[in-house]
Write a protein that binds this ligand. Sequence first.
Ligand SMILES: [Mg+2]
Length: 169
Amino acid sequence: MFKKDSQTPRSEVLQAAVLMEQKLRKHDHDRGPKGWKNDHPLCLFHRVKEEVCEAQEVVASDMPKAFPDSIGRKKLVDELVDVMNFCMMTIDQLGGLSDVELAVETEGGKVPFTEAAVMGSLDRLIIHWRDAKKDALAKKHDVMADMATHYIDAYQSVRVNLFGEALGG
Ligand SMILES: [Mg+2]
């Protein structure tokens, strides 16, 4: 059974992950898609501190006194996304991600490898992301809504490939 509320990340966590992924992809061509996998965790932790300093420099030099303007805010967000990415890489190289289950749970841990169970699992995922999309649209979270659309399309595509038809509704 898909447990929607147990480990499913809240929308802000998923949106932050989208920003992280967008930034990582900008460097795929020169660093490779998982370039940090050869780095020592302490070197990556040093990069976390460097990125925090870069964010601090933005606050010190580009922020107006009262509240961040749009340029300063964008620069600060950009540096904070770097911080998040180097945190993720450090945690990964420390082994901290290896036991983390992705937010798809099934009773007993795995989907039985039968036609009905696989189809049921796909359908629950499609329905989950449809709900997430509805929720995102209501909150005007465009990035989240787009991400939900991609998940829906991807799971529907797998469903069509395996069973010959998309989930209706
Ligand atoms: Mg930076």
